[in-house]
Design a protein around this ligand. Structure first.
Ligand code: T5A
Length: 217
């Protein structure tokens, strides 16, 4: 009998879209089906990538990273994460649920940051062999509602979250354009409503991948 095939699911969206919340609910649902799941995040996921995360979200000095340096650091963190965590887990037949992946670089650095999609895809091809998730869940919602969630949480914003509203609007638009160009690979989900209702929409969007998975597989 051939080894089971691991699946790779990434959550994407702007700040406060509910990615971490929904990643957790998905992991619980997959585990309840008896599936082995690795849960991870970007930037981060490995010791090396977590070290780069700290450099990205709290840059040393006042000048901050140039757009190019920022994109390279995200790509370097991703290369380590893909090589040391994601590919090995998929090879073992496990599911990988990742809070952000390369489409964040395409939307933030490529779109809002002005570097363009080709540059980001080149870095991803070089660093991570161009690995794509089996499905990307793009959580969307009204800007004011999502900002209200962050205010309610009271978190201190990092170097990227703290950028102006115009930047974050450009991020949302870039995500939307990526999903319009690849509606099967990147599924747009309404992230507004009770977390359990959003989770149900996500399970519907993954139904084809879950068909025949778990429960005695
Ligand atoms: N970045 C990242 C790049 O620029 N390029 C890249 O390539 C990558 C990988 C990462 C930063 O790096 C940037 C993007 C980011 O700016 P991060 O700390 O990981 O920084 O930031 P986020 O991923 O944006 O994490 P957040 O926690 O801000 O947002 P989430 O994960 O989308 O939201 P979540 O689930 O934590 O929820 C936020 C709040 O809302 C509540 C939660 O309880 C929480 O308090 N909430 C809801 N409230 C009401 N209804 C719902 N349905 C709710 N769902 C969640």
């Amino acid at each position: 009998m051939s080894a089971p095939e691991g699946r790779f699911i990434a959550f994407e969206g702007g700040e406060g879209a509910g990615k971490s919340t929904q990643a957790r609910l998905l992991v619980e649902a997959l585990q309840a089906r008896g599936l082995a799941v690795v849960t991870t995040r970007e930037p981060g996921g490995t010791l090396g990538a977590e070290a780069i995360r700290r450099l990205l979200l709290d840059p040393p000095g006042d000048a901050g990273w140039t757009a190019e340096a920022e994109a390279l650091l995200f790509a370097a963190a991703r290369a380590d994460h893909v090589a040391h965590l994601i590919r090995p887990a998929l090879a073992r037949g496990e599911w990988v649920v990742c809070d952000r992946f390369v489409d964040s670089s395409r939307a933030y650095q490529g779109g809002a940051g002005g570097l363009g999609d080709d540059a980001i895809l080149s870095l991803h091809a070089f660093g991570s062999g161009g690995l794509r998730p089996d499905r990307v869940i793009l959580l969307e919602g009204d800007e004011t509602v999502l900002a209200g969630r962050l205010t309610a949480r009271g978190a201190i914003s990092d170097a990227i979250e703290g950028r102006p509203a115009t930047y974050h609007r450009a991020v949302a638009e870039a995500f939307r354009a990526l999903a319009v160009a690849d509606p099967v690979g990147i599924v747009r989900i309404d992230g507004i409503g009770a977390p359990d209702n959003v989770h149900a929409r996500i399970m519907d969007a993954l139904a084809d991948l879950l068909d025949g998975e778990g429960e005695g597989r």
